[in-house]
Design a protein around this ligand. Structure first.
Ligand code: ZN
Length: 182
């Protein structure tokens, strides 16, 4: 069965769909409407965010929403229609932290096939240490590497990105990293 399999009714006519391999040469099961034959494709979602940094510190947000309420994360969220990855990352940083940033280069691309997601984080230079977190954030604050609450990080993609950030910082050179989360 497919990973998501969340479609119950046809978006075109409202009939209950059935998961089966369509008759068009496809090899995967899809949500197919038995009434109007519409095939509903399900594909991975994009999550975009930033690594906001200032000197030797990075900005983390304490989540005020589920899942992982109370855990720390980098500002990130689902991409919206009509925006680029960098625009989405900047928007999430504004919404979750109210941080003033200068967007920089793409830093990590993380595939999470288990949940059907691709996460992308951009480097973002903080222009100020004043933050105005939105309703999704309990607290936004700066952490040095030694201060990072590693056991309280909300998501594996965030932990991997932070580890890579401090490794690159020590090496004195930031690359673009493609990481698969098994
Ligand atoms: Zn239908």
């Amino acid at each position: 069965m497919t990973l998501q399999s969340q479609i119950k009714y046809c978006r075109n006519c409202g009939t209950a769909v059935a998961y089966r391999v369509p008759d068009d040469g496809d090899v995967r099961e899809r949500a197919v409407c038995p009434a109007c034959n519409t095939i509903h494709y399900e594909n991975p979602l994009n999550v975009v965010g930033t690594v906001p940094f200032l000197d030797d510190k990075v900005l983390l947000c304490k989540r005020n929403i589920e899942p992982r309420w109370g855990k720390w994360t980098l500002p990130a969220g689902f991409m919206e229609l009509g925006e680029t990855t960098a625009q989405g990352a900047a928007r999430e940083t504004d919404e979750e932290a109210g941080a003033q940033i200068e967007m920089q280069s793409l830093f990590t691309v993380l595939s999470v096939p288990r949940v059907g997601q691709v996460h992308m984080f951009y480097l973002a230079r903080l222009l100020s240490d004043k933050f105005a977190p939105g309703h999704e954030t309990i607290e936004a604050r700066l952490f040095t590497e030694a201060e990072i609450p590693w056991d309280e990080i909300a998501f594996r993609t965030v932990k991997e990105t932070l580890e890579q950030y401090f490794a690159d910082r020590r090496a004195g050179s930031f690359g673009v990293h493609n990481i698969d989360i098994a």
